[in-house]
Design a protein around this ligand. Sequence first.
Ligand code: AMP
Length: 187
Amino acid sequence: MPGLRAVAVFCGSREGNDPAFAVAAAALGRGLAEAGLRLVYGGGGIGLMRVLADAALAAGGQVTGVMPAFLRRREVAHPEVADLITTDSMQARKRLMFELSDAFVALPGGLGTLDETVEILTWRQLGRHAKPVLLCDVAGSAAPLVAVVEAAIAQGFAGPEARAMFEVTAGVGPTLTRLAMLAQPGL
Ligand code: AMP
């Protein structure tokens, strides 16, 4: 994948209550590694973050974790991620994850995942970047965010182009396929 080297993945610091979420996180971590794509993530050693990173590492992938110093205890910095970068704030974490990555994938998660995903979309809305944003839908996980964006458009608070700032991919397989397509020159 010559045009894509690193993909940031946003996901939960908990595993959620559907086993499909962890299955998807593991499949994405493994798939990124097999595609030769560096995983950039929040550096955590808990929840889906851990499942994702463990799978990428087990498949021989390159993994970069980005974590604010104050969170290292609470989110348990992943012990096997050698490339763990410490920042001094959440904002600096998001900024660095953005700079290190060529595309973004949102897996299921909580408020932190939502915050990271929406912020990357607002940066795109403001023309700060044109990097692809994929919402990887697992058991309907992407529907609420899609509904919020569509409601904002319907209420006249966002233009129709807001819906084109991200793509919903129906699971990990289509997400990896889409990343491979995006890496092709001319697309
Ligand atoms: P969650 O989806 O709430 O489990 O959080 C997923 C990840 O997002 C965790 O690593 C959180 O620390 C992180 N996170 C939560 N809030 C923010 C924020 N405001 N900026 C950056 N990362 C955040």
